[in-house]
Design a protein. Structure first.
Length: 86
């Protein structure tokens, strides 16, 4: 079984923000605020958030084993996961 470890994996911000939303919904405003403050630390100067956060070691491992070898593109466009005629 192959694993698609895109750019080294790590926390995905869209799911992290959903977790903050859950805490707000449950009435735990402090925990929701804490999660958003943590996310805000990764904001760029222009206000953008990354897709996900990884460690440098994981990123360079991705570059070496997935990107430079072409495995990343092959896994992303594997015929077994694509819808036919689309």
């Amino acid at each position: 079984m192959s694993v698609h470890a895109h750019a080294g994996n790590g926390p995905w911000f869209q799911y992290t923000s959903i977790l903050a939303q859950y805490y707000y919904f449950m009435g735990n405003r402090d925990r929701g605020d804490e999660i958003l403050r943590l996310m805000d630390q990764y904001r760029s100067d222009d206000g953008y958030l990354p897709e996900h956060v990884s460690f440098c070691e994981r990123f360079w491992e991705f570059i070496r084993t997935e990107w430079e070898t072409g495995n990343d593109a092959r896994k992303g466009f594997d015929p077994e996961i694509l819808l036919p005629n689309l």
